[in-house]
Design a protein around this ligand. Structure first.
Ligand SMILES: *Cc1c(COP(=O)(O)O)cnc(C)c1O
Length: 292
């Protein structure tokens, strides 16, 4: 089979794909269907933090899949998701987690949670930053402060505005009493690998405390040890109210989490939010192995 041509003929053309079809991998090496070897400098786009063919991930997934529960609904507990939740809360210094499947979905949960937090006081607006990236679903792409991703898709989700990264004055100029949350990447990834200044994150924390707003960190790309500490904000010692994490969290399987701190961890009630596959036992067994 000509996989490349068959792919071209059958996928929607959302990606400018290279003419190569990969077959297997080991460490940082990938092999295509013709046996040609490639040094992978992409890492699955910040996902394959442990490389390909990691023995612990393979033995863990084999063990869990043999137990036969590939999926179980969130109407019940399963041991892997429970352990993963406890482990993640400990590692992220958070209190409660919501498990989902992708970075965008974790950010959607943060957006919904923020709006619910603001509901009693009628505050709906969320402040994001220019050159940020938060994912491709409607809420997440609206949070993304890059016009090129909005072009052709209007109308976007209402009540989301943008300030300048690392510029507290631009934040203060935007804010009024209709805002409920600020979302920021502690290190902007897609925007060009731009770290936040310490004073900037401290300033955002102070503003959120004074105005009873939620500070949301998107650690989807700058999390899971990618810049030294497990989550980028831990270099700064400035805690958020919510943090999204995904990409490398499952060592390659699709999963994500929204971590809640303090008051923000108790906002959702039963029925407010859900995800069929969020908290999948196989994925979260691998999340535990990846954390190990
Ligand atoms: C990749 C990325 C996302 C979106 O994650 P998906 O899993 O593709 O939905 C969100 N935020 C940041 C900072 C990212 O790098």
């Amino acid at each position: 089979m000509d996989y490349v041509q068959t792919g071209k003929d059958n996928f929607m053309h959302t990606y400018a794909q290279l003419d190569v079809c990969f077959d297997h991998g080991k460490g940082c090496w990938l092999y295509d269907t013709e046996g040609k070897k490639y040094l992978d400098l992409v890492g699955g786009i910040a996902v394959n933090a442990l490389g390909y063919g990691n023995e612990k991930l393979i033995s863990t997934s084999e063990k869990v899949m043999k137990e036969g529960i590939f999926h179980i609904s969130n109407l019940y507990y399963n041991k892997y998701t429970v352990i993963a939740a406890e482990r993640l809360n400990k590692a992220a210094q958070s209190d409660r987690v919501f498990f989902a499947n992708s970075g965008a979905e974790a950010n959607e949960a943060a957006l919904k949670l923020s709006r619910k937090y603001g509901f009693v006081t009628g505050r709906t607006k969320v402040l994001s930053f220019e050159h940020s990236f938060h994912g491709r679903t409607y809420g997440a792409i609206t949070l993304t402060g890059q016009e090129k991703y909005h072009k052709g898709f209007a109308p976007m989700v209402p009540d989301i505005e943008y300030a300048t990264y690392n510029d507290l004055d631009s934040v203060k100029a935007k804010l009024d009493d209709s805002f409920i949350a600020i979302i920021v990447e502690p290190v902007q990834g897609e925007g060009g690998i731009i770290p936040a200044n310490k004073e900037f994150l401290e300033g955002l924390r102070k503003i959120c405390d004074e105005k009873d707003m939620l500070l949301i960190y998107d650690c989807v790309q700058c999390g899971m040890g990618r810049i030294g500490k497990l989550f980028a904000w831990q270099h700064y010692g400035v805690k958020p109210d919510l943090m999204s994490t995904a990409k490398a969290q499952g060592g390659g399987l699709p999963l994500s989490a929204l971590c809640g701190y303090g008051k923000a961890s108790g906002v959702f009630s039963p029925g407010d939010h859900a995800s069929t596959f969020g908290g999948n036992p196989v994925a979260y067994a691998l999340a535990i192995a990846a954390l190990d």
